[in-house]
Ligand binder design. Structure first.
Ligand SMILES: *[C@@H]1O[C@H](CO)[C@@H](O)[C@H](O)[C@H]1NC(C)=O
Ligand SMILES: *[C@@H]1O[C@H](CO)[C@@H](O)[C@H](O)[C@H]1NC(C)=O
Length: 412
């Protein structure tokens, strides 16, 4: 009997095969993030912040902390009910996309003592999964904010000069527990929740003090996800490190079903916003080959955030109360030009600006499809149409079929 059992075991592969519901690595991911919904961001919905009448409310933490609690709760609930509905999932599917990426903060699951976050997001996440299933979309569950914050960005929930997650083991332990809870519920739903992203944009540029706990957390997340599902993709953000710095990381045969998420924005530096239109296009075209190389030789690579917008002109883009590089109102940024006509309502965009946005969109999509695909940031904005997939479809700089091209030779 013992001999029989060991023969049987010897026949089993060391690691079970990964059989996801989307053929990652073969099919192209084409998707959009549902930004500014279950995690609010000043630049996506400036009215939520302006309406508080308090300029110290700059993120979701201060939104809960610095105003009347009932008002804050009522405002958030109304926002969750209206910003994204099932109709958006229908429109996203009709636009030929196959994925939505849904950012959500840890506080949907747990609020610690002294944390002013308001809860209530979880039923909306569950609705989103149902709507994704109904409309044939895969959903990437993206933990966009962790206890203490992984980057100090307002979009992690809490704007800070140095993130409080990496150096605080309590916060790391809390995050592992929350990820287990997430995996327990959503791992078995892998046919719709195709991927779990354990942490968005950890601030790896601070060095090993951040990178060491991040690497350990990615390994622990793999174990935690696999405990609930063999077939959910673990999507890890590159922590703003070069692709090659992840060579050899979480690869087969020891790991199955891991993808690298890299975010590509050309406008987060003075040099970036100073590029001409044709320089921006050339930059986009030039990104394809290294993405392809890493994708084919290391980990499936998805450009999980990017935008056709090539300025930082959107109101509050760099944070509420912080200026804009492009027009020189950001400390330390020389003026490139006026933001007039470059942000706002698409009805006010010139024909040539819309043509540029289309070129920017197509050049990036072509580059990113040399790897495993892309997820544009973001589906909807209040008043920055250059960032909005919905507005791009409406005003024509994003094609209603994402495989159609007006500029098929733009990258030469
Ligand atoms: C670590 O984070 C917890 C909250 O999760 C907090 O209560 C504690 O004060 C933090 N520790 C340090 C040393 O900052
Ligand atoms: C842009 O302007 C048009 C025409 O005035 C209007 O219908 C539309 O709602 C506006 N878009 C946004 C996002 O405010």
């Amino acid at each position: 009997m013992l001999a029989f059992a060991s023969t049987l075991l010897a026949c089993l592969p060391a690691v079970l095969a990964f059989s996801p519901s989307f053929d990652y690595g073969t099919q192209k991911v084409r998707g959009v993030s549902l930004g500014g919904w279950l995690v609010i961001e000043p630049w996506i919905t400036p009215s939520l912040f302006d309406n508080t009448g308090n300029t110290n409310i700059v993120d979701e933490w201060t939104f809960g902390q610095l105003q009347d609690r009932t008002v804050a709760e009522k405002t958030l609930k109304a926002h969750w009910d209206s910003w994204i509905t099932e109709a958006d999932f229908a429109a996203i599917a009709a636009a030929g996309l196959n994925h939505v990426r849904l950012p959500i903060g840890y506080w949907a699951w747990e609020v610690g003592p002294g944390e002013p976050y308001i809860q209530g997001q979880l039923p909306y996440l569950r609705n989103a999964v149902t709507w994704a299933r109904t409309h044939g979309l895969k959903l990437i569950l993206d933990l966009h904010g962790v206890p203490g914050s992984q980057n100090g960005f307002d979009n992690s929930g809490h704007r800070l000069s140095f993130p409080g997650w990496p150096t605080n083991q309590t916060n790391i332990d809390r995050t592992n527990n929350i990820l287990r809870t997430i995996a327990n519920e959503f791992g078995p739903q892998y046919e719709t929740v195709g991927a779990i992203e354990p942490m968005n944009e950890p601030a790896g540029y601070f060095g090993q003090v951040v990178l060491n706990p991040v690497r350990q957390y990615y390994l622990d997340s793999y174990t935690n996800i696999r405990a609930s599902s063999q077939n959910t993709l673990e999507m890890i953000h590159d922590a703003f490190q070069s692709l090659s710095s992840w060579n050899g990381w979480e690869r087969p045969p020891d790991f199955q079903g891991v993808a690298l998420d890299t975010h590509i924005y050309q406008i987060l530096s003075n040099a970036g916003v100073a590029q001409t239109d044709s320089e921006h296009i050339a930059t986009a075209c030039g990104q394809g080959s290294s993405l392809q190389g890493f994708n084919n030789n290391q980990l499936w690579t998805i450009v999980g955030e990017w935008t056709p917008a090539m300025t930082d002109c959107a109101k509050y883009f760099n944070g509420r109360g912080i200026g804009t590089r492009y027009d020189g109102t950001h400390a330390g940024s020389p003026r490139v030009g006026s933001c007039a006509g470059l942000t706002g309502n698409g009805t006010s965009f010139s024909a040539s600006y819309k043509a540029f946005l289309r070129q920017s969109w197509e050049a990036q999509v072509m580059s990113f499809e040399k790897a495993s695909g892309w997820i544009m940031w973001t589906w909807r904005t209040e008043q920055a149409d250059e960032w909005s997939y919905m507005a791009g479809l409406k005003y024509g700089w994003i094609p209603s079929d994402p495989t159609s091209r007006q500029y098929p030779h733009i990258c030469g």
